[in-house]
Design a protein around this ligand. Structure first.
Ligand SMILES: [Zn+2]
Length: 78
């Protein structure tokens, strides 16, 4: 993933007045929610909504839980 220097991508630049979404034309440059593919909302980046953020978080938590730490206290240590 290449990140261009410059921090002015807080929100997708959409020209006002032009709201004709063509199903054939898929914007590859536009960021899409990794969960559902909807346009990313700046407030819930990198997701489109809190729901998707929760879904991703849930996956993370589940994955984390799978890693069990068998850290038993050392009886030898004193
Ligand atoms: Zn989403």
């Amino acid at each position: 993933m290449t990140v261009p220097s410059g921090g002015d991508d807080d929100f997708p630049k959409d020209p006002p007045g032009e709201k004709s979404a063509s199903p054939d034309l898929v914007r590859v440059t536009a960021r899409a929610c990794p969960i559902c593919g909807h346009p990313v909302e700046a407030r819930y980046r990198p997701f489109c909504s809190k729901r998707c953020a929760d879904i991703d978080l849930g996956r993370w938590v589940l994955g984390t839980y799978r890693i069990e730490t068998n850290e038993a206290p050392d009886p030898d240590e004193m």
